[in-house]
Design a protein around this ligand. Structure first.
Ligand code: CO
Ligand code: CO
Ligand code: CO
Length: 318
C-alpha cells in the first residue's frame, strides 16, 4: 500500500516510516526532538470504559517503545450516531483517565459519525535525540526481553464469539490496560540497542521489523515466551483472528519452526496483539539485572524470550 508514494525526506525527520518504526521522530528548530504517533481501532472488549482505557494505553505505547515521554494527546474517534451519548462518554472517560495516569492532558480531538466505532489517540512526546530506541540496532549476542504475555488477539476474538466470559479474559484485559511506562522506565536504565512494542503484527511480525532493520537473525524459544493461561487453553481450537492468520502468511518462509513444537503455541507467536508489551534488545551481560529490576517494578511476566545472531530471518526453537 505504501510503495510508490512520494519520498518525503526532511533533514529534521530523524525517524520516518522506512523501517516500520513505532512513531515518527522530528527535530524542532530549538534542537529538541519530538516523537509522534496515531493509533485507533474497533472495540476489543464489551465495557466501553475499558475499551477507551485499552485504546489509550495502546496509543501511548508507541511513545514508550521509542524511549519517549508523552506530552499531550488528541482523541480520534468514529462513533455511530444512533447509540446513546453516554456510551461514547464512557469510552472517552476511559481514555481520559488513562491519559491522566500517564501524566498528560487530552487537548481535544476529532469525531466522525461512522457505522463501526473506532477510538484512539494521537500522542505527541519528547525524546532525548541521543537516546531514543528504534527497530535498528539489535546486535548479534543481544538478549531479547518481552514484558507482557501473548494471546490477546485470540482471547478478544473468543470474547466476541462468546467462547469465554470476561472473567476468563480478565488477566488479558488488565494487561492491555497497563501502560508500558514502568517497563520503559526500568529499561531506560540499560543499554537498549533496539525496542518495539507488540501490537497488530504479533510477536513475530514486530520482531521481523527489528530483524530486517537491524540486519540480524532472531532466535525465539517457544517455552520461554509468556502466554496468557486463557490463550493456552483456547489455542488448540485454532480460532485465531484473521489478522493473526495474515501475519503468518505475510512472514511465510522468513520464520522457520523447529520440528515437533506444539503447533497451537507456534500460532500464538503470530497472534495479533492489542496493547502488548515491549520487546527490548540489550547486551547479554545486562539481561539478569534488567529482568530482576523489571520483576521488582511489578512487571511479573517480563521474560527472556530469545537471542540475536548474525544472519537473517527468525528461528523458533523449543
Ligand atoms: Co508500535
Ligand atoms: Co502504532
Ligand atoms: Co513495531
Amino acid at each position: 500500500m505504501l510503495s510508490g508514494l512520494p519520498n518525503m525526506n526532511d533533514v529534521n525527520l530523524l525517524v520516518g516510516f522506512s523501517h516500520a518504526d513505532d512513531a515518527a521522530v522530528y527535530r524542532l528548530p530549538s534542537g529538541e526532538t519530538i516523537v509522534q504517533t496515531v493509533d485507533f481501532f474497533t472495540p476489543v472488549v464489551d465495557d466501553p470504559y475499558e475499551y477507551g482505557a485499552i485504546a489509550a494505553a495502546n496509543s501511548l505505547s508507541d511513545i514508550y517503545a521509542m524511549n519517549g515521554r508523552p506530552l499531550f494527546a488528541l482523541n480520534i474517534a468514529c462513533f455511530p450516531k444512533q447509540y446513546p451519548a453516554e456510551l461514547w462518554r464512557e469510552v472517552l472517560r476511559g481514555g481520559a483517565e488513562k491519559a491522566i495516569e500517564a501524566g498528560i492532558p487530552i487537548a481535544g480531538g476529532h469525531t466522525v459519525d461512522d457505522m463501526e466505532p473506532k477510538y484512539g489517540l494521537v500522542v505527541t512526546g519528547i525524546v532525548d535525540p541521543n537516546n531514543f530506541w528504534t527497530n535498528i540496532g539489535a546486535q548479534a549476542g543481544d538478549a531479547i526481553i518481552l514484558t507482557k504475555p501473548i494471546g490477546t488477539g485470540l482471547i478478544t476474538t473468543a470474547l466476541k464469539n462468546g467462547d469465554v466470559d470476561s472473567k476468563d479474559a480478565r488477566e488479558a484485559i488488565e494487561a492491555m490496560k497497563t501502560l508500558n511506562r514502568a517497563a520503559q522506565t526500568v529499561l531506560s536504565g540499560f543499554d537498549v540497542h533496539a525496542c518495539t512494542d507488540i501490537t497488530g503484527n504479533g510477536l513475530l511480525g514486530h520482531a521481523a521489523e527489528v530483524a530486517k532493520a537491524s540486519k540480524v537473525r532472531l532466535e525465539f524459544s517457544l517455552t520461554k515466551v509468556p502466554f496468557f493461561a486463557t490463550a493456552l487453553r483456547l489455542a488448540p481450537d485454532g480460532k485465531f483472528p484473521g489478522g493473526s492468520r495474515a501475519n503468518r502468511r505475510y512472514l511465510g518462509d522468513y520464520v522457520s519452526v523447529a520440528e515437533r513444537l506444539p503447533e497451537d503455541q507456534v500460532w500464538l507467536l503470530f497472534d495479533s496483539q492489542t496493547s502488548g508489551g515491549l520487546l527490548a534488545f540489550l547486551p547479554k551481560s545486562q539481561l539478569e539485572e534488567a529482568l530482576t529490576q523489571l520483576h521488582a517494578a511489578g512487571i511479573a511476566s517480563a521474560a527472556h524470550v530469545g537471542w540475536v545472531h548474525h544472519g537473517s530471518g527468525i528461528e523458533i526453537v523449543k
